[in-house]
Design a protein around this ligand. Sequence first.
Ligand SMILES: [Zn+2]
Length: 283
Amino acid sequence: MRFPRPRCKREINRSPFKGSSCSKGSTVEWGAAIENLKSKIKNGKRDSALAKTVALSCRILAKLGLFKETTGHVSARSRDRRTMMIRGRGRAESGLIYTRPNNIVLSDFEGAPLERRSGLKTPNEACIHGELYKARPEIGGVVHAHPPTIVLTSMAGIELRPIFGGYDPQGMRLAVNGIPIYESSLTLHTVEQVHEMLKAMGDSDVCVLRGHGIVVVGATLEEATVRAIKLDHLAQMNLQAATLGQVPSISQQDIDGFLGRRRAKGRSVEPLWRYYGEWEKRN
Ligand SMILES: [Zn+2]
């Protein structure tokens, strides 16, 4: 693949390949940056099956109310493990609920697009995804959403407690494991901000950004998507419980019982992913 060399500074600034959405605060020499990108483009390859999965995840989460209008994004690590497919932003998009595979952009972990997609760029917060993929090799999918329940519970100081057991064991486990909170409500546009958030998140699969939203990861995007749904359910139940007064957590004996159980072999998120895929089609 060949790209014409930019002829003037204005053209450089218009180039969709001009560096990342996430600022690092340093100027990289243009020639070196072009060479660097060329080698990444040579290695990076658009994966249309993965683009479909990313688009479906966006639509499922949007229809469930975890995304508002055009903000928030989902990504999946590419098979080459050095690039990602991420929801694009710009005049060619119509919001999360209408996301289609052609709205998904192949990008490097710095948030720089590795392909031309007219009217689309990577999100300003693409560094959330890229820095997570760099820091945690086990991660295959990332969801960054703005669910109203999380915004409310985090601002009201409502702790997400295990107030149910068998009703939804996956949601209960999230509460029992503890849900880290990142205190800043600012959008995360710089690598430095994301590193602060990663410190708060530790090795957890979820992080609540107070007054902002959530970051949820999984071994696959399907897993991250289902986990985000479970986290939202947990927040919905705790929000409703807070309006009822004193709703206790389940007993320590029950928690120990659940944690002592070995998870059923071969159980995966696949049935739930299929369920939500079917539900999305019909809604
Ligand atoms: Zn955000």
